[in-house]
Design a binder for this molecule. Structure first.
Ligand code: ZN
Length: 135
């Protein structure tokens, strides 16, 4: 298993517009990209904070993962994404060690990253995303 740094923190918001305004005007961060991830039924906005990003997630469908999350828990931290090297090997290693995976194989996330989620029941309640830059 090789994790290099925290790639981003995913935060579920009801309104991307309201949230971007807060991060820009109150926290002084600058949104550098807005991208829709159709797969995940979300619109995302990114802020660079040192080596780590903040990824704001607005649902585009109440039945999507972020739509359901907000309905159950409200707005807030949704997941932590670790940058890895050798994503598929890392997933295989976790599965061999009995950690349930939401994604057994990497899939396409925002920003051209390959991503995979681990099952929060096996990660002490934190939804963990592993990601790797596409080669
Ligand atoms: Zn993410």
């Amino acid at each position: 298993m090789k994790i290099t740094h925290i790639e981003h923190i995913g935060i579920a918001v009801k309104s991307l517009e309201t949230a971007i305004s807060f991060y820009e005007t109150k926290l002084g961060l600058k949104c550098y990209a807005v991208e829709e991830v159709f797969d995940q039924k979300v619109k995302t906005a990114f802020f660079q904070v040192g080596q780590t990003k903040v990824e704001l997630l607005e649902s585009t469908d109440p039945e999507g993962p972020i739509g359901k999350f907000i309905a159950n828990k409200g707005e807030g931290v949704h997941h932590i994404a670790f940058a890895t090297e050798g994503l598929q090997e890392n997933l295989d290693e976790l599965a061999e060690n009995g950690i349930r995976l939401i994604d057994k194989n990497p899939r396409k996330g925002a920003e051209g990253l390959q991503i995979a989620f681990l099952h929060p029941k096996d990660t002490l309640g934190v939804l963990i995303e592993l990601c790797e830059k596409s080669k």
